[in-house]
Design a protein around this ligand. Structure first.
Ligand SMILES: NC(=O)c1ccc[n+]([C@@H]2O[C@H](COP(=O)([O-])OP(=O)(O)OC[C@H]3O[C@@H](n4cnc5c(N)ncnc54)[C@H](O)[C@@H]3O)[C@@H](O)[C@H]2O)c1
Length: 509
């Protein structure tokens, strides 16, 4: 069982944060101190007073072992629970331990409100705390997963732990977990969700590199996976391919209880999700995104569909998956141009609501490649926050269109010579310049955005050869139009966008 243990000195908020984290992830919450108190029938201070610390530690070790068979939970541990080497090893094996840490001043402030509840800190609280931190400093420093709790609310700390672990739960449209993890977990994750008879839909490029890994992981969990492989590319994202998928589902005997696994980029995810949404009035599907764009964007939010000759994504349905598992190791086989194109959406997410992510992107391609997990987890968190607030795009979800109004027009008029991400990068810079021009954002912001995108090898200027008239026409046709004006998501500052209706499109270009 893989529990989430919250650990750290007294006063870091393990119980409060733990409850919020458990609620966010829809997991049970266990407070180990409460387990001990319930078992013994008296409070922890009374146990300490009546029986002494060694006896308390024994009760604590026993309580820790007693939760082994519980289903996956968030567990708040006492501040010294893992000082015992066996307990430490036990917790590391039973799940992930996240250390919540804080400065002495923060701990003092919090604990000073009820010092009597802390029997190990009797006497001058500040002195006792300071010496406890010094004594345990090597111990606390030995934990790799850590969150600094100072100056943040319990909600913010819970969110940060979710990002650190790559664990999210979505409930605004369907109930499902989104995880950054390893492909090898897929069989166990399907089993835990009662998902049956999986069939993998993938494209020929992805199948070559990754099909066997997924199939083996499923076989380990006693599944007998089948596969449907289709040609790669946006040009196959059409009704004919979807219809081919329906027929293959029938030929492979899929029924209402079957599960379709979309192993691929946004094209595979959109089409497979759509085929699953309509086959026998809707069957389960699971997203295993394999491109950067699909990890941080396309696989999240339940939008599925395909293209018509008249335009992209014109037919579709909202059909949330039962699980999304993003394994960043898959990105090592992704062509560099696809990877860089996906980075435009990552930068976009930074601009929309995560200044730290934007700043990490400014460190350049090499840094990003060696810190992929963090980048993907943070970028996922931005999209998840927005789609949870506005799953059916009635308001704030439109913030995700930053750079897309100009971007779609540039992509279309270039005859798709420019990749989606490249066009979005160009669009973001044009729209940021416009935001500056109308006084919505401060001077220099568009330059900052331009610099980060350039640093990643993305284009930032509308190619001179693209006729302005055609671009204007394409923008007016964009599906985000609102009466005479077009609604743009414009950056106000890094981390904040505003939806603005724009009449004068020439000004934007
Ligand atoms: N549903 C949504 O909310 C949403 C959001 C954004 C974009 N989209 C859609 O996503 C699509 C674009 O997705 P995309 O950028 O992932 O493109 P894609 O799915 O076409 O993949 C790009 C290319 O990379 C290959 N590939 C994928 N993963 C690979 C890997 N790990 N190793 C080697 N090759 C790999 C694919 O075979 C393909 O040739 C568009 O159709 C767009 O409309 C959907």
């Amino acid at each position: 069982m893989t529990h989430i243990f919250l650990y750290g000195p007294p006063g870091t908020g393990k119980s409060t944060v733990g409850k919020i984290l458990a609620r966010n992830l829809k997991l049970p919450f266990i407070d180990l101190d409460r387990v001990i108190e319930t078992k013994v029938g008296v409070s922890i201070p009374q146990i300490m007073q009546q029986r002494g610390e060694p006896a308390f530690r024994e009760l604590e070790s026993a309580a820790l072992r007693s939760i082994l068979d519980e289903k996956e939970s968030v567990i708040a541990l006492g501040g010294g629970a893992l000082l015992n080497v066996e307990n430490h090893e036990f917790a590391q094996e039973a799940g992930k331990v996240v250390l919540l840490m804080a400065e002495l001043d923060t701990l003092f402030e919090r604990l000073n409100e009820s010092p009597k509840d802390r029997p190990l800190l009797v006497g001058d609280l500040r002195t006792q705390l300071s010496s406890m931190l010094a004594r345990r400093s090597d111990h606390y420093n030995s934990f790799a997963l850590r969150v600094q709790a100072d100056g943040k609310s319990a909600d913010e700390n819970a969110l940060e732990i979710g990002i650190l672990l790559g664990r999210f739960h979505l409930s605004a449209m369907g109930e499902y977990d989104v995880m950054a993890g390893r492909l090898e977990q897929i069989g166990d994750l399907l089993l835990a969700r009662g998902l049956q008879t999986p069939i993998i839909v993938t494209d020929e490029n992805v199948a070559k590199f990754h099909f066997e890994r997924v199939a083996n992981a499923l076989r380990k969990s006693c599944y007998e996976p089948k596969v449907i492989s289709i040609p790669a590319g946006e040009e196959y994202k059409n009704l004919e391919t979807v219809s081919g998928l329906w027929k293959s589902f029938l030929e492979n005997g899929l029924d209402r209880k079957s599960t379709v696994i979309a192993l691929g980029g946004g094209v595979i995810g959109d089409m497979t999700g759509f085929a699953a949404s309509t086959y026998m009035r809707g069957i389960n599907w699971v997203g295993v995104p394999t491109t950067l764009l699909s990890m941080v964007d396309a696989s999240l939010g339940g939008k599925t569909g395909f293209d018509l000759p008249e335009g992209k994504n014109l037919i579709g349905a909202f059909h949330p998956p039962k699980l999304v598992l993003a394994d960043t190791q898959l990105l090592t086989t992704l062509p560099e141009t696809e990877f860089i194109s996906g980075l435009a959406e990552v930068v976009k997410h930074g601009i929309i609501s995560d200044p730290e992510l934007f700043s990490l992107c400014s460190r350049g391609l090499a840094w990003i490649k060696s810190n992929m997990e963090e980048i993907v987890r943070r970028a996922m968190a931005v999209k998840i926050k927005i789609i949870e607030e506005d799953p059916y795009e009635r308001g704030i979800r439109a913030a995700l269109n930053l750079g897309h109004t100009v971007g779609h027009a540039v992509e279309l008029v270039s005859g798709f010579e420019l990749r989606h991400g490249e066009a979005v990068a160009i669009g973001m810079v044009a729209e940021a310049k416009y935001a500056e021009k109308i006084g919505l954002s401060s001077k220099g912001q568009s330059k900052a955005i331009e610099d980060v995108l350039c640093g990643l090898g993305l284009p930032v200027e509308i190619p001179k050869e693209l006729p302005r008239e055609e671009l204007l026409r394409a923008m007016r046709r964009d599906k985000k139009k609102n009466a005479n004006a077009i609604r743009f998501a414009l950056p106000v500052e890094i981390g904040k966008v505003e939806l603005v209706d724009v009449m004068d499109l020439e000004e934007v270009l």
